[in-house]
Design a protein around this ligand. Structure first.
Ligand code: GZL
Length: 346
């Protein structure tokens, strides 16, 4: 059963009255996970739990926040021995790291998979070694769902659908819903769940709006320099662009640099190109406050406490949810405030 975690932490960050935050709806029956739930003090725990954590790399501010969240939760003072591996954006490094964790006889493996495919055999090795695997952030596509014990991350398709619904509304508000809308899609790392979901939502939106045209689509690999290079190349061919749909903040920063160098304004409030982004990092929200980013859909990297709870429950023999999504919200240039940004932790 899929479950959306009502993340109390997010409520604290965003505030409620006057927060102007838009709350992605969580099913009413979703229990609210008490963030900061008291960890059993190590002396109460029989033994230290040894965890191997394979992370994609450090490609974005989001990723650094995600790493810190997991490291802080699986800390020595919380009763864990964490073996961390940075794969430098190479899936083969993640496979090597998982094999290394198995040799070191860890109790649990946490995997943030760079891309969705290619995991069956190494996860089978972990299963044979009877080491539970928890998938975080992006998802794996495997032949046997029992190759991992639990997943906790984001619903990337829903993030993209939020962006498309917002775009429909803003085009109508500015009476641009009947004219041709030229859209550039700067995709994330091809084959990653975040890219697959966010791209799929945009492509579905384009299919359902005959006046929406996909002018260009290319990967910026979730990093600023690549997005800058891609956007600059596209601008050499055309500047008749209405929307740039970037699949994370780092890409949006690169695209905005290129758009400004081409003499184009950014932001619907500035009468310019509508730049859409994902992650809602503090820097990304500052770009929203300036109006250069028109919409920023949150992708919550603060997964550490929920991973720790999963491991704690498993180590106490409790059953756990197979699939859990963190609750996420969105911000736009019309409602973002400095107060909201000041409360963000990443
Ligand atoms: C999303 C995550 C993506 C972020 C990017 O959960 O996988 O990877 O959106 C990051 O910033 O690089």
């Amino acid at each position: 059963m899929k479950k959306t975690l009502a993340v109390v932490l997010a409520f604290v960050l965003l505030g409620t009255a006057g927060g102007c935050a838009h709350r992605a709806s969580a099913p009413a029956e979703t229990p609210t996970l008490r963030s900061g739930a008291p960890n059993p003090s190590p002396e109460k725990r029989k033994k230290t739990i040894k965890v191997g954590f394979s992370q994609t790399g450090a490609e974005s501010v989001w990723r650094v926040a995600n790493t810190e969240s997991v490291k802080n939760a699986l800390s020595e003072k919380n009763g864990y021995e964490l073996i961390y591996d940075d794969a430098q954006q190479k899936p083969e490094n993640q496979i090597r790291a998982i094999r290394n964790f198995i040799q070191q006889k860890v109790d649990y493996i946490v995997l943030a998979p760079l891309v969705e495919t290619g995991w069956d055999s190494v996860l089978e090795e972990a299963r044979r070694a009877e080491i539970p695997v928890i998938i975080v952030d992006r998802m794996v596509r495997v032949s046997d769902g029992d190759l991992y014990t639990a997943y906790i991350g984001s619903n990337f398709l829903k993030e993209g659908q939020t962006a498309v619904a917002w775009l429909e509304g803003v085009l109508e508000k500015y009476r641009r819903d009947k004219k041709t809308v030229n859209i550039v899609n700067i995709q994330g790392t091809i084959g990653s769940s975040a890219q697959i979901g966010r791209t799929a939502a945009l492509e579905a939106g384009i299919r359902s709006h005959p006046n929406w045209k996909l002018t260009a689509q290319e990967s910026g690999d979730f990093i600023k320099p690549k997005a800058y290079e891609v956007m600059s190349r596209i601008l050499k061919k055309t500047s008749d662009i209405d929307v740039v749909y970037c699949e994370n903040d780092s890409e949006a920063f690169g695209a905005i640099k290129a758009l400004q160098e081409a003499g184009l304004k950014c932001g619907v409030l500035n009468g310019g190109v509508i730049v859409i982004s994902f992650d809602a990092t503090s820097e990304g929200l500052s770009e929203c406050l300036s109006g250069r980013i028109s919409l920023n859909v949150e992708c919550n990297p603060l997964q550490g406490p929920y991973v720790e709870k999963l491991i704690r429950d498993l180590s106490e023999g409790k059953s756990v949810e197979k699939i859990s999504y963190l609750e996420e919200t969105w911000f736009d240039c019309f409602t973002i405030t400095k107060d909201i940004i000041d409360k963000r932790v990443y």
